[in-house]
Design a protein around this ligand. Structure first.
Ligand code: NAP
Length: 207
């Protein structure tokens, strides 16, 4: 699968490595193309968006509005996977409004793009093949979208990279996924247990 990742920080670099190693054609878009990688391309943001129809957004939430203004037209008709979390500088929750999520705000900024919330509840440190596996289970990537086809593609991609997957339902559920991240951060930093940790959702499907 061809895919694009915007941002080459902790999340962008881990996901790019994971998915390139899984055999995908990965292009990472950055503001300054000085980084090097042998397993995936690092190009400008505009070039990366043009590379595929599935774009993972891995930049700070505070940069999203300017990103949408600059690149919104080139994202029309594509899938944009929102991996962001609304956080303050000290990683505490950024209040963005009652009952609303970053993902829904992004959907409002990009009405002609299929927004999928995913990857935001997984620490970057564990977005690696050996870290996703925990005994007989794998860490869960929760997915939410109003577009079933887009959700299914992100689920397929996630499984190929070694994540467990739960397609939760509509994008309105992204607010709960963002709250899960706040809990994840509070446990990791509040207890000092660290970020080598994550959520595993176990489901017994009714016959
Ligand atoms: N770290 C985690 O464990 C984790 C897990 C899940 C989700 N997230 C979320 O994923 C997002 C990225 O997190 P991260 O930890 O990867 O952050 P990070 O390590 O700080 O990397 C951020 C990346 O975004 C780029 N960036 C910053 N401002 C930008 C702008 N205005 N336009 C375009 N690119 C910009 C940076 O590029 P420059 O080098 O040019 O500044 C850098 O490549 C955040 O929203 C975060 O909440 C983080």
């Amino acid at each position: 699968m061809k895919l694009s990742i915007i941002g080459h920080g902790a999340v962008g670099s881990h996901l790019a490595t994971l998915f390139a190693n899984a055999g995908h054609d990965v292009a990472v878009g950055v503001r300054e193309t000085t980084d090097l990688s042998s397993t995936y391309q690092i190009i400008t943001i505009g070039e990366a968006i043009a590379h595929s129809n599935l774009v993972i957004l891995a930049i700070p939430y505070g940069a999203v509005e300017a990103f949408a203004q600059q690149f919104g037209a080139s994202l029309e008709g594509k899938i944009l996977v929102d991996a962001t979390n609304p956080l303050q500088a000290d990683y505490s929750p950024l209040l963005i409004g009652e009952g609303v999520s970053a993902a829904q705000i992004i959907a409002g900024l990009l009405p002609n793009t299929k927004i999928v919330k995913a990857f935001n509840t997984v620490f970057a440190d564990v977005m690696a093949k050996d870290k996703l596996v925990r005994g007989s289970h794998v860490l869960t990537n929760f997915i939410a979208s109003d577009h079933k086809d887009a959700s299914a593609r992100v689920a397929e991609l996630s499984l190929s990279g070694g994540f467990g997957v739960i397609e939760t339902g509509p994008l309105a559920l992204a607010k709960h996924m963002e709250a899960l991240t706040h809990l994840n951060i509070a446990i990791a930093f509040g207890t000092g247990a660290g970020t080598d940790a994550g959520f595993i959702y176990v489901q017994n499907k009714a016959a």
